[in-house]
Design a protein around this ligand. Structure first.
Ligand SMILES: [Zn+2]
Length: 228
């Protein structure tokens, strides 16, 4: 009853098309949910994302449940998580991945989760790291430690998408360092959207150089063509 009254005053709308949502749908209407671009790579270990990253960053597995597309509900969901403070979407993305990923996937054998850190200044401005929100829920699902203070960002990097490839690598080089000397058998490095792969690769290389034996990579989405 109270919910019904509140939903008249504060109707929840679909993040894809703006239509008022029925009670049980938290983020998207059925039509927009059906438009989400699934990657369908959960059973394909040698997928294009892994192949691309492997040129510079050897991984056991690389996976994202969705492709990132402009003007698609996936863009609106990620925007809401990153800029509108819709923190519960981190749990939603983790739940989606849990539904898709088979339990024998190599990602399930990791013993720690580390996320790509924002620069502390940017995290203070936003009040949170959107990748943390996904990473924490995914770590809880895998029942492994979420290690948020192991990898730190020392340098606030510029936007990499419009840079030439060599400038991109130069920009992220030495941007990260490890704190302490923890040793992990298999770290899962988590990002939000993999677009260039450069930031993620710099993080992964830092982990491997610091003694991490195996590395896997996961994100909520990646662009169809990750820029090398
Ligand atoms: Zn919709």
């Amino acid at each position: 009853m109270l919910y019904d009254l509140l939903s008249v005053w504060f109707p929840r709308c679909c993040y894809g098309c703006g239509m008022v949502l029925p009670k049980k749908l938290p983020w998207l209407c059925f039509r927009c949910a059906a438009q989400l671009p699934r990657s369908y790579t959960e059973r394909n270990i040698n997928n294009p994302l892994k192949d691309l990253l492997d040129n510079r960053l050897p991984t056991k597995a690389a996976y994202a449940p969705f492709y990132f597309q402009q003007q698609n509900p996936i863009q609106h969901l990620l925007h809401a998580l990153k800029y509108l403070g819709k923190k519960q979407l981190g749990a939603w993305f983790a739940a989606q991945a849990a539904t898709f990923l088979p339990k024998n996937h190599p990602i399930y054998s990791c013993d720690a989760i580390v996320t790509v850190p924002l620069h502390p200044k940017r995290e203070r401005q936003r009040g949170y790291n959107q990748i943390d929100l996904f990473g924490k829920h995914w770590a809880a699902h895998l029942k492994v430690p979420y290690v948020h203070d192991f990898l730190v960002r020392e340098k606030q990097t510029k936007t990499l998408v419009r840079m030439a490839q060599t400038a991109r690598w130069e920009e992220v080089k030495d941007a990260f360092r490890l704190v302490g000397n923890k040793q992990y058998r298999h770290v899962l490095l988590v990002d939000d959207v993999i677009t260039t792969g450069a930031t993620l690769t710099a993080c992964g290389q830092t982990l491997l150089a610091g003694g991490t034996k195996n590395l896997s990579v996961m994100a909520m989405a990646h662009t169809h063509q990750v820029l090398p």
